[in-house]
Write a protein that binds this ligand. Structure first.
Ligand code: ZN
Length: 115
């Protein structure tokens, strides 16, 4: 005979490892099962929320991927020599220092610098 470490009742142990009576063992397993079920329920809720958010952002991701492809294509076709020629044509000195010439030149310089 042995004394249950949980409730103190006498019980017949099946081995040295057997520290609690059958009722206490069942109660511990029942509690463990309830905790695991609560965790499963919480994970399912989280999964549902994340799935919904993923569906919300998917169109935006698709849109950004398309923009990235367009930008990559634009970078591939970017012609440094052509921008240099545009800079020569647009130079403010050739246009009485007009605001338009300054704006276009600044933009072209930025394009050349970004490359
Ligand atoms: Zn017990």
């Amino acid at each position: 005979m042995s004394e249950c470490q949980s409730c103190g009742v006498d019980f017949e142990p099946l081995g040295a490892w057997h520290k609690v009576c059958r009722d206490c063992f069942r109660e511990a397993k029942r509690q463990e099962t309830a905790e695991l079920q609560a965790e499963i329920d919480a994970l399912r809720r989280t999964n549902r929320n994340l799935t919904a958010r993923l569906r919300q952002v998917e169109p935006r991701v698709q849109e950004l991927q398309n923009l990235l492809r367009e930008a990559e294509l634009a970078m591939e076709t970017f012609d440094v020599g052509f921008v240099r020629e545009l800079l020569q044509l647009a130079h403010p000195d050739k246009h009485n220092d007009s605001p338009l010439a300054r704006r276009v030149t600044q933009r072209l310089l930025a394009m050349r610098g970004a490359r």
